[in-house]
Design a protein around this ligand. Structure first.
Ligand SMILES: [Zn+2]
Ligand SMILES: [Zn+2]
Length: 555
């Protein structure tokens, strides 16, 4: 793709095909501006992987022309990849003071990020990163200091919405002020690049103020211990829980490292001042059951998070018993449903009462993203020439684009990850596609998500493996019995399992007996014929094609 200096481009490198992994870039005058760099959750298609990242290769290749990375807010799907990917970008980072505080804590965990510079931009401030002029405009969301970005260039203006809603009574920060949006609309907006998460949901997203009341009413009905699970970054919800707890005469403890990180960043920035001190984890046991509420990580069923560990009975300090209550005050992210059900099953086995948003009359969760009425309101304020739907699954993006067209926006685009959208000159449209993808985070390395290691792991889940070693002399005779081991096919410790492996050995000997002397001299030939033969034999026996490897050793 040949980028022209006088054209204005938008490319979503991640976040346009799934929830999470947001990474967006704008290009103009040979310069590039990146917005957000977030993680996504891996589902069972990625065995052994918890976290996915957007592939930053496109931006990395243009690093010398990258004017900066802006983070709109401190949610993981916008901020969570920075500590992994910054070493490949090495550009200045711009964020609100709270977002910067969270980012610095996260980046301090990676020594490769020690030179990273995070520059704080306050609400309403304008940042000049030529040829882009960016104004941080506060919006309501479930985390403090969330910004929509007004991006001005000399060929047109863009509103990059980030995540937002029109909660009339937020528990953190102020309701979104329409005035700056209307004013920006009056200047003329070429493109609105916007949050599609709730574009399929009618009405308004609701109010965090109602959640606080709903939780307080629910807590009063509960005896025993209460645990509430949320996203650690949902500081608005955390405050609602604390205030509701106070009203119901309970103290609050935090379980989970990411909660402590977020809360300490929030306190450093002057938030949560009216929230009482938390009870330490060690002191939970000294409080009567009906005087404690635990806020725990793991609302998405993450196996290693606190909630899943407690539910499995693997937590050192905390156990749940009949009569205790676990409240899921979060929405399942698509793809996490199975893990969440697994956690709920474990809780149910301990006769713990489980409360989820859909199964209670109380309001215990509202979304931080705009529903259809809110999107409509925003588009009426801004009156953009085009809407580009990002941040969501395909059906959400399509619903967002359809709504925009219904509202007489002249152009609506549903991009894919890597779509090159020319915003200027002419009508905005997809003109090309650049290579992008996902990366998978392992404890010791980062791999491409379609790396053979992961592809093979996925296959192994279904097929099992057979390994055979043949020790042969120079004449092609076996020096000792072939060694065979299988994984995921039989129980190697019981009789039928051992018989199965013995049968494979007999098969190996039969295959060798059919080979000529010349063939037996050829290691490659022997191992390949043997691999095919063993695979065929197992398929005949079990109707499964195992991953098969054969080593020929000459002595
Ligand atoms: Zn968010
Ligand atoms: Zn988001």
């Amino acid at each position: 793709m040949n980028f022209k200096k006088d054209e204005l481009y938008f490319i979503p490198l991640g976040g346009a095909e799934q929830f999470g992994v947001n990474l967006n870039v704008y290009g103009y005058q040979g310069k590039w501006l990146a917005i957000d760099c977030g993680l996504g959750f891996a589902d069972e298609k990625f065995p052994g992987i918890d976290i996915l990242l957007p592939d930053p290769a496109f931006v990395e290749e243009r690093r010398k022309d990258l004017v900066g990375l802006i983070i709109t807010h401190a949610h993981e799907d916008h901020i969570g990849a920075v500590q992994h990917l910054w070493p490949r970008l090495k550009c200045p980072i711009y964020a609100s003071p709270f977002t910067a505080a969270v980012l610095r804590k996260k980046m301090s965990e990676n020594p490769l990020c020690k030179d990273a510079e995070v520059i704080e931009i306050k609400a309403g401030e304008t940042l000049n990163l030529k040829p882009f002029k960016i104004t941080f405009t506060p919006v309501t969301h479930s985390v403090p200091e969330t910004s929509a970005l007004f991006i001005e260039t000399d060929v047109g203006n863009i509103l990059h919405s980030g995540d937002w809603n029109l909660d009339p009574a937020p528990t953190i920060g102020q309701p979104t002020d329409p005035a700056p949006f209307k004013k920006f609309g009056e200047k003329g907006v070429l493109a609105y690049i916007g949050d599609s998460t709730n574009a399929e949901v009618d009405g308004m997203s609701g109010s965090e103020g109602d959640v606080e009341k709903g939780l307080a009413a629910l807590f009063k009905e509960c005896g025993g211990r209460i645990a509430v699970t949320i996203f650690a970054s949902n500081i608005g919800r955390l405050r609602s829980i604390c205030l509701a707890a106070k009203e119901s005469g309970r103290q609050v403890a935090l379980l989970g490292r990411s909660l402590h990180t977020m809360v300490s960043a929030a306190r450093d920035c002057g938030y949560l001042k009216d929230v009482p001190q938390f009870v330490s984890e060690d002191d939970i046991g000294y409080l009567p059951d009906d005087k404690i509420i635990m806020i725990v990580t793991g609302s998405q069923g993450e196996a290693r998070a606190q909630l899943a560990r407690i539910a499995r009975g693997e937590h050192q300090e905390i156990t749940f018993k009949a009569g205790d209550t676990v409240v899921f005050s979060a929405r399942p992210i698509p793809g996490n449903e199975r893990e969440i059900i697994a956690v709920k099953n474990n809780l149910a086995a301990s006769r713990v009462r489980i409360i989820s948003p859909r199964e209670t009359k109380h309001c215990i969760h509202v979304s931080g993203h705009p529903a259809r009425e809110e999107i409509t309101q925003m588009l009426q304020w801004v009156k953009p020439q085009s809407v580009i739907a990002v941040h969501g699954e395909r059906t959400m993006l399509e619903a967002h684009a359809a709504l925009a067209l219904e509202l007489q926006v002249p152009t609506a685009i549903v991009p894919n990850n890597g779509s090159v959208i020319r915003l200027y000159p002419g009508t905005p449209q997809v003109i090309d596609h650049v290579e992008t993808g996902l990366l998978a985070v392992e404890p010791g390395r980062i791999l491409s998500a379609d790396h053979q290691a992961i592809v093979q792991r996925r296959k192994l889940q279904f097929s099992g493996t057979v390994h055979a070693t043949l020790v042969m002399n120079a004449r092609g005779d076996l020096v000792t019995d072939p060694q065979v081991s299988t994984v995921g096919l039989v129980d190697p410790d019981d009789e039928t399992g051992q018989k199965f492996e013995d049968d494979i050995i007999d098969e190996i000997e039969d295959i060798l007996a059919d080979m000529t002397r010349e063939e037996l001299y050829d290691d490659k030939f022997v191992s390949e014929e043997m691999r095919i033969g063993i695979r065929r034999f197992v398929q005949h026996k079990l109707q499964i094609k195992p991953k098969t490897t054969v080593h020929v050793v000459r002595v």
